[in-house]
Write a protein that binds this ligand. Structure first.
Ligand SMILES: [Zn+2]
Length: 572
């Protein structure tokens, strides 16, 4: 799961619960930042082996994929390729057929990898003959430019465009009355508060904003941090990530996909430095952020002029999705594929925490891949295959922006036919027993009835997304399928306690605060493998249900995603 996601309970409730419980000493060492030092809720069942063989298989896979040998499974590294080979072997043992390129297990995913060179980074604000140069990392960080090694914008006019949202259906246009040609667009992240969750999530995506300003002729972008943004992700953490490589998909001509060549420089500026940009204006950055959030801000030409520069090293790279196929039994439906997915990549090696610099990614997402492999095994070993064929895909490049799923959804390795549904599992935080499964995004399509029927069959409750405002539906691989018009669902860990006093939401919040994208997301966490096996059974049952139904899944009438993207699937 990429870093934008932050599903958290208020800190007070976590601390109160953690304090009320006995502590688990082996986890106390996980804490990275001093202000977040809450010990993990205790788990009396931790370490007990399940009597369910499915649970034991999932546990073994988590240990294999989150092993130090895999070096954190970063896209494009030998550790990732080792993990991919493990999954291919598991798919073969499960009884799947190879479903990748040329009759093999792998689908090639062409990428570009970019590395920022701070010696070429600059951001200068000029007003009335005076200039202020912002400090790299402390006050600003440019994003990589995938199209040229050295890029710059010199002394350009600046236009403030609020959230850079163009939403005529909602009566909102941040570009009304301004001309962006040859200028730098200065903007906040996010979208107005009055937008309902789905639309706010769609319009909050950085790619939508960059596409909007590029189409209107802007040559540069400054993304201004707000106090709210930095309460969720501190500037220090954002800025410290400047030396991490970033990636894009590569097209047949070797160019980056979704890179907007006309935008020379895109830079982030910290909330603390924001007022330097708004010098000479009437309102402070904080006042503008409040007004923008209320949705009644008008774009304006800024008094300052801006110079921006970035230097980037870009190289081609290749990674792979692992693809297994279970053929369907009905020749009439042989071209209608159900896709099961989980991302295999994680974030690799990083800053050491308590002497450990390997970010193993046990829950994010070795666990999801292990559940995927078990679901494949269950479907492949059933007496009879469903009518529709099923593809099982362990995806690359998720942490880099859903790249492997985007490539798969656009170029599925199938001879003919189409993808009719996606079932995705990502980072189920199964560290406290639950009675339910969360089905994120089910309300958008007929997959709602399908998942409820499957859950009834295996005897588990289905809960809606407990944190709809976090819009996880657009933040993991299922969204790459949604953008191609394919109905999708994201199955996640439950939230209803199975044992009194042990709240899965509290456990999940503890994980997000302490181990998410940190070295302590590793196989010694108290993962409830019986719940993982139940999730695998649900995935298999849902795949079976979709596979047997007379009609393929459909978007619901009037659904936002169906109206925006549904035509793409129909056009194929
Ligand atoms: Zn992640």
């Amino acid at each position: 799961m990429p870093a934008a996601r932050r599903r958290l309970l208020p800190p007070a409730s976590v601390l109160a619960l953690a304090a009320a419980l006995a502590l688990l000493p082996s986890l106390a060492a996980c804490t990275g930042e001093p202000e977040q030092q809450a010990d993990a809720p205790a788990d009396p069942a931790a370490g007990e082996r399940s009597s369910d063989p499915a649970a034991n298989r999932i546990e073994a896979d988590v240990h294999a994929l989150a092993d130090d040998r895999m070096q954190g499974r970063e896209t494009g590294t030998p550790g990732y390729d080792l993990a991919a080979a493990h999954v291919a072997a598991r798919f073969a043992a499960a009884g799947l057929q190879p479903g990748g390129d040329g009759g093999g297990w792998y689908q090639r995913v062409p990428l570009l990898r970019a590395q920022l060179d701070p010696t070429g980074a600059g951001l200068v604000v000029s007003l009335g003959g005076r200039s202020v140069a912002l400090a790299f990392q402390e006050q600003f960080v440019p994003l990589a430019n995938f199209n040229r090694a050295d890029a710059a914008v010199t002394d350009a006019p600046a236009v403030f465009v609020g959230h850079a949202v163009h939403a005529p259906a909602l009566g909102h246009d941040d570009f009304a009355g301004v001309d962006l040609r040859g200028k730098v667009a200065v903007m906040f992240g996010g979208a107005p508060e009055r937008f309902e969750d789905t639309r706010r999530a769609f319009h909050s995506a950085l790619s939508e904003k960059l596409g909007n300003v590029a189409a209107r002729g802007a040559v540069g972008v400054v993304l201004v941090g707000t106090a709210r943004d930095e309460a969720a992700t501190p500037w220090e953490r954002t800025a410290a990530g400047w030396d991490r490589p970033t990636m894009r998909l590569r097209d047949a001509d070797g160019r980056g996909i979704d890179t907007w060549p006309q935008l020379q420089v895109v830079a982030r500026v910290s909330a603390a430095a924001a007022d330097i940009l708004f010098a000479g204006g009437e309102r402070s950055a904080a006042q503008l952020a409040d007004t923008a959030r209320r949705g009644d801000l008008r774009a304006f030409d800024m008094p300052v002029r801006l110079s921006l520069a970035v230097r980037t090293q870009v190289e081609p790279l290749e990674s792979r999705n692992v693809v297994g196929l279970l053929p369907g039994r009905d020749p009439a439906l042989a071209g209608e594929y159900v896709v099961h997915s989980a991302h295999l990549d994680h974030v690799g090696l990083g800053i050491e925490v308590d002497g450990d610099g390997i970010y193993n990614g046990a829950i994010d997402n070795a666990l999801g891949v292990a559940i995927l492999a078990e679901a494949a095994r269950e479907m492949a070993s059933a007496a009879e295959a469903p009518r529709r064929p099923q593809l099982f895909v362990a995806l690359t490049g998720e942490e880099q922006g859903l790249l492997g799923s985007q490539w798969f959804a656009r170029h599925p390795p199938i001879a003919r036919g189409r993808l009719v549904a996606n079932i995705n599992v990502d980072m189920p935080v199964l560290t406290a027993p639950s009675r339910d499964v969360v089905a994120i995004g089910m309300q958008h399509s007929t997959l709602e009835q399908a998942v409820k029927a499957a859950a009834r069959d295996i005897g588990v409750m289905v809960s809606p997304d407990p944190f709809p405002e976090e819009t996880a539906f657009v933040r993991s691989d299922q969204y790459a399928f949604v953008r191609e018009g394919i109905p999708a669902i994201y199955l996640d860990a439950g939230v209803e306690p199975a044992e009194e006093g042990r709240d899965p939401k509290v456990s999940a919040t503890w994980f997000m605060r302490n181990c998410y994208h940190r070295p302590c997301d590793q196989a010694d966490l108290p993962i409830h493998y019986d719940d993982a096996a139940r999730l695998a059974r649900l995935v298999a049952r849902l795949g079976h249900g979709i596979g047997e139904a007379d009609a393929a899944p459909q978007w619901k009438t009037g659904d936002f995603f169906g109206e925006r993207f549904g035509g793409r699937a129909d056009a194929r």
